[in-house]
Design a protein. Structure first.
Length: 293
């Protein structure tokens, strides 16, 4: 049995149990979460990292609630599939939910559309009625660091660097106005589709300053690639759509984003290739420079 056979069976049997018969099995993403297309319109997301740092289905339930709330208000998001209950579902030991298939186009999303659609999501999310974790991914990462250091996956010096930045970031970001956010607003979590630019993957949603999401979406362009035109275009479009950006909150968001991503590297990339290792080293060196300045 392959590693994917059981989670695919869980998704297929769950769909059939709700009256939807899959007619294909097209793997779209294979990571800690498996994304598999089961029909012309149906996509399943299955949590395959069952021993990972996130246990239970509470975080998946938050994603489901946020995604439904946004889609019901015509936000630029990939909607959940209307023919199945929203879930999250649990079957064969896997947690999963179901989404509509959207067709991506070859052209990358324009910075103006990225900024405008993120603002629209923030605008709608500001009215989300259910409680969400405060600065969730930052507090979660502090706890994760302890486990990673205990297992020898993060050195003592790196752990100290990341912890110091996270502690400061929690204090600083906690002093700014906050609201419900995407939580992991990087380029991999939006698609340029035949329906327009759509956001997806709301599993990290939490309450914090909007600058966290903005820092997340511009981090690679601004810091790794030095593509200031793209980063500035996203920020300008966000403001033109009606948003406001505090430069101090944005800078602290960039620092916090680098610390969070560096801490999660051993979880997300247990066997990083040379390019992944290079990017991690660049993040750590950048964080060391921020600490020095």
């Amino acid at each position: 049995m392959s590693d994917l056979e059981l989670p695919i069976r869980a998704a297929t049997q769950t769909a059939i149990g709700h009256g939807v018969t899959p007619d294909r099995c097209e793997v779209l993403q294979d990571g800690s979460t498996l994304v598999v297309r089961l029909s012309e319109t149906l996509v399943a997301r299955v949590v395959t990292d069952r021993d990972g740092p996130r246990q239970g289905s509470g975080w998946f339930a938050r994603e489901t609630a946020v995604a439904q709330y946004l889609a019901s208000r015509a936000a630029p998001v990939i909607p959940m599939h209307p023919e199945l209950p929203p879930g999250p579902h649990e079957h064969l030991g896997f947690t999963l939910n179901f989404w509509e298939f959207v067709r991506a186009v070859a052209e990358p999303a324009e910075p103006a559309m990225v900024g405008a659609t993120l603002y629209r999501c923030h605008e709608i999310l500001s009215g989300f009625p259910q409680p969400l974790p405060e600065l969730g991914i930052l507090t979660e990462t502090l706890s994760l660091l302890e486990e990673l250091e205990h297992r020898g996956l993060v050195s003592v010096s790196t752990g100290r660097l990341l912890r110091d930045h996270l502690v400061v970031s929690l204090e600083v970001l906690g002093s700014f106005p906050s609201q419900p956010l995407h939580g992991d607003a990087h380029a991999g979590n939006l698609l340029n589709t035949t329906r327009g630019v759509l956001w997806t993957d709301w599993e990290d949603t939490f309450v914090g300053p909007v600058e966290w999401d903005l820092a997340s979406i511009i981090w690679n362009a601004r810091i790794l690639d030095e593509d200031h035109r793209t980063a500035d275009g996203i920020l300008a479009a966000y403001c033109q759509a009606g948003g406001r950006v505090d430069p101090a909150a944005l800078q602290q968001g960039l620092v916090a984003r680098a610390a969070v991503m560096s801490a999660w590297y051993p979880v997300l990339y247990p066997n990083p290739d040379a390019d992944r290792q290079r990017k991690l080293q660049m993040r750590l060196e950048w964080l060391q420079h921020q600490a020095g300045s």
